[in-house]
Design a protein around this ligand. Sequence first.
Ligand SMILES: NC(=O)c1ccc[n+]([C@@H]2O[C@H](COP(=O)([O-])OP(=O)(O)OC[C@H]3O[C@@H](n4cnc5c(N)ncnc54)[C@H](O)[C@@H]3O)[C@@H](O)[C@H]2O)c1
Length: 246
Amino acid sequence: MKLTGKTAVVTGAARGIGREIALRLAQEGAAVVVIDVRDASETIAELQKQGFEAMALAVDITDFSAVERAVRAITDWKGTIDILVNNAGIIARGSILELTSEQWLKVMDVNVNGTFYWCKAVLPLMVAAQFGKIVNVTSIAGKMGDITAAVVYGTSKGAINTLTRSLARQMAEFGINVNAVAPHAIDTDMSADWSDEKRKTVIESIPLKRMGTAREVADAVLFLASDESSFITGETLNVNGGYLMD
Ligand SMILES: NC(=O)c1ccc[n+]([C@@H]2O[C@H](COP(=O)([O-])OP(=O)(O)OC[C@H]3O[C@@H](n4cnc5c(N)ncnc54)[C@H](O)[C@@H]3O)[C@@H](O)[C@H]2O)c1
């Protein structure tokens, strides 16, 4: 067990990649807090069925005071937060010619501001403990630019990559590692609206010739949340079947 005695917060864990991350960290002994704006009862039921220590909090991560309240509730429960996984995110599709300023602001608010709010609220606890692991879930689009998503999606993920590096530099002296994972083509609700043709084209372009699973992203997050990655900070790890090698 790699995370015995640790408390982990996973945002956007009601479904998809976030749910798998919550399960994976719990399997390694962490007490897990499931954060989502959506009903998270399925994730909690799964965690409890397997006998893991877990709680869910309904939080819209774009509301900083709600994030601060959640952090207080978690410290009342477990005393501190050792691991923060900023996974919640949304996407927009289509050309910039159709993209509205409301869509732009919404995606930036959830993906960038939400990530910043959680880091801002949790880091004082990690500094006090002289220990912490932050793992941000970005996207291949943050490195390459958007392929099929609207330009705001890759822009928001690029901002998270830069935030990851900047925080890694600032927080290193306090024993805090800040890293990211950059997935591509993972089978979840976010990629469920792809046409069969698009799915086929995407799979053909990936050296491993398949979509990835949420579990495979969760395994990469577990690595970055554990002591096995203790000399890694500021890294954005590809989880993409070899599509982008950088
Ligand atoms: N699926 C992919 O192929 C893929 C590829 C690259 C990156 N990602 C990234 O992985 C992460 C998870 O994606 P997924 O595929 O599991 O998507 P998903 O849509 O299945 O899950 C995202 C979760 O975030 C939650 N969420 C959204 N807005 C929120 C808010 N304001 N406050 C709290 N929770 C909120 C949703 O309710 C949902 O449960 C996202 O950051 C996404 O950008 C996914």
